[in-house]
Design a protein around this ligand. Structure first.
Ligand code: NAD
Length: 285
């Protein structure tokens, strides 16, 4: 299956990143978000990321213009916009919202269109079940920042067929990523490993085992991680990490995934990390 044109619903951090890597691989991209202003902001962020690559000598101004010329966007979408080989949903992590979008995509997209979700935590099987083509619904879980991170978790739901998985695995390789196939269980593989590790780092702080800098130093100096777990939680957002822990805790019904009470307390205080100016560290301007 050839992917010539892709529709992306949700042009925020991830949607714009996905648009970038698709367009860079020669694919025509249409982005739809709640307003033209949000779409423009997403496209501007693609330009800024490419500028970083130009500064490093890894890309040219001409390549930038070619990539941007393949990306269009707007707020409205109807049947004509849905005549694509693949539609990728990258809207806010909210099940009711995603289900609405999948129902609409299923109604408007032709039979050939594969429908993918970039969800980090919601069940792909349940998303596919609201469509009339669950065998063509798949998870395509990119990592942030999309233009730099190589991994894509291709999530096979209970109903996704092998042809769909194979087509998405190939597409991810063709756009320069390293895809892996995983099953549809809470957290898939990446978040199921990483997020409990971060939560455990918060427990070591909560129990007074060490201070934030020492905890992060252990991971950086001892495991060669590029960034410590508490600094990473601050960068991602404490609310997001708490949310993923809750998904794991509820999804598996296993107490080993209980969120650290200190993490919850910080979220209650509004200390959500870098975006709030304060998290486990208080040195953000
Ligand atoms: N941020 C990450 O590190 C990361 C990594 C992997 C996957 N994800 C997943 O990607 C998805 C998007 O996350 P994000 O970080 O890009 O969030 P974001 O807030 O940057 O972007 C979400 C976008 O969805 C748009 N949106 C909301 N309702 C919409 C609607 N009805 N129609 C069209 N657009 C709508 C918002 O305006 C916003 O621009 C989520 O499912 C998230 O779990 C995020």
């Amino acid at each position: 299956m050839e992917f010539k044109k892709v529709l992306i619903i949700g042009g925020g951090q991830m949607g714009s990143g996905i648009a970038h890597v698709m367009a860079q691989a020669g694919i025509q991209v249409e982005i739809r978000d709640v307003s033209q202003e949000v779409v423009d902001k997403g496209i501007a962020s693609i330009g800024k990321n490419i500028d970083r690559m130009i500064k490093k000598g890894k890309m040219t101004e001409e390549e930038k213009q070619t990539i941007l010329s393949r990306i269009n966007g707007g707020a409205e979408w109807g049947a004509a916009d849905c005549d694509v080989d693949l539609a990728i949903e990258a809207v806010t992590e909210n099940m009711a919202l995603k289900l609405d979008i999948f129902k609409k995509l299923d109604e408007l997209c032709p039979e050939r269109t594969i429908l993918a979700t970039n969800t980090s935590s919601l069940p792909v099987t349940a998303i596919g079940a609201v469509t009339n083509r669950p065998e063509k619904v798949v998870g395509m879980h990119f990592f942030s920042p999309v233009y730099l991170m190589r991994l894509v978790e291709v999530v096979k739901s209970l109903a996704t067929n092998d042809e769909t998985v194979a087509a998405i695995m190939k597409l991810a390789s063709d756009i320069g990523k390293s895809p892996v196939e995983v099953s549809d269980f809470p957290g898939f593989v990446g978040n199921r490993i990483m997020v409990p590790m971060m939560n455990e780092a918060v427990y070591t702080l909560y129990e007074g085992v060490a201070d934030p800098k020492t905890i992060d130093d252990v991971a950086v100096l001892g495991f060669n991680h590029p960034i410590g777990p508490l600094r990473l939680i601050d960068a991602i957002g404490l609310d997001t990490i708490l949310y993923v822990m809750e998904v794991l805790y509820e999804g598996f019904g296993d107490p080993k995934y209980r969120p650290c009470p200190l993490l919850r307390k910080y979220v209650e205080a509004g200390w959500l990390g870098k975006k709030a100016g304060r998290g486990f560290y208080n040195d953000y301007k």
